[in-house]
Write a protein that binds this ligand. Sequence first.
Ligand code: BYC
Length: 337
Amino acid sequence: MYTQSFSVPDNAGQKNVAAVPSTENPELMAAFDARIDADGRIEPQDWMPDAYRKTLVRQISQHAHSEIVGMLPEGNWISRAPSLKRKAILIAKVQDEGGHGLYLYSAAETLGTSRDQMLEGLHSGKAKYSSIFNYPTLNWADVGVIGWLVDGAAIMNQIPLCRCSYGPYSRAMVRVCKEESFHQRQGYEALLVMMQGTEAQRAMVQDAVNRLWWKCLAMFGPPDADSPNSAQGMRWGIKRISNDELRQKFVDATVPQAKVLGVTLPDPDLKWNEARQHYDYGQIDWQEFWNTVEGNGPCNKERLATRVKAHNDGQWVRDAALAYTRKQQQRAQKEAA
Ligand code: BYC
């Protein structure tokens, strides 16, 4: 449904933002700007302005946190999956999300920020993670809808990141997108099966779509006009397509999928606009979005408490691994002496 071939022009969005005036070394800055303008890649050993480094650490670590916290709403359903097949698929998917978090933390570490610093940001509530994971998963159809719509929105946003100017992030995203594509398909297939089932199953699917549709549209971030980071992110080739353009692409791709599935998207204003060659859609509740991003959504506290507990419960594993490494080093030193 979404593929790696999703086409992104080389310099989409970069042209209309001037380079930031900088107090950094002008020669290094000029070389950096020239590489960005030529759509080159920046690697960890390359010089980069502090603000570029900070933006990347912010975005990549938040992305990593989203993958890790994103394991929780679906993880809740592993023990209640309706069949062995669905359980095996769900375990594999949730495990993939954990893997995505690890690649992304590793990519962010190449920028000089430690995993401990990033986790401290998450656990103290300072760092953000995707708003979508602060809503409950009330029935089995939610798991299918997360695959279809949440992973679908994630792929739409993440395929352009495979062309991000920072090498380690862009390379991590290639594998992440391939796996997200499987996640999206498994969710859609699970829903297709439910829609061919009983009236009660069809009602569950519709209920899940009704609850999650608007939250998925908000995943793309605030409207372009209210997005403080977009212009600079585009200029630096981190973001390639704006929040609103990606949201529109997602709506356009999803409407025909909803028709095939036989569900209604809960938006009376959703209709094809012949002049724009896009679907028009209604107003997103941005106040509700910001309230959730600021920590006051229905599950924010529960999600963070679960993550902090898992981290604390795993302390003995980290202690044991460090003790083992120390023992190995001491043995090597003794042998060398
Ligand atoms: N939720 O200026 P803007 C997944 C924040 S996980 C929370 O537009 P930017 C999956 C934003 O951070 C998918 N916060 O920012 C896993 C910024 O605050 P700060 C996660 C949001 O960075 C498991 C402020 O609002 N994907 O796929 O230019 C199971 C202003 O926004 C959100 C990624 O993380 C939000 N929805 O653009 C299933 C992709 N939106 O940082 C699936 C990588 C915005 O200034 N990230 N904010 O304090 C990105 O592409 C960009 O960071 C965003 C935001 C498009 C999200």
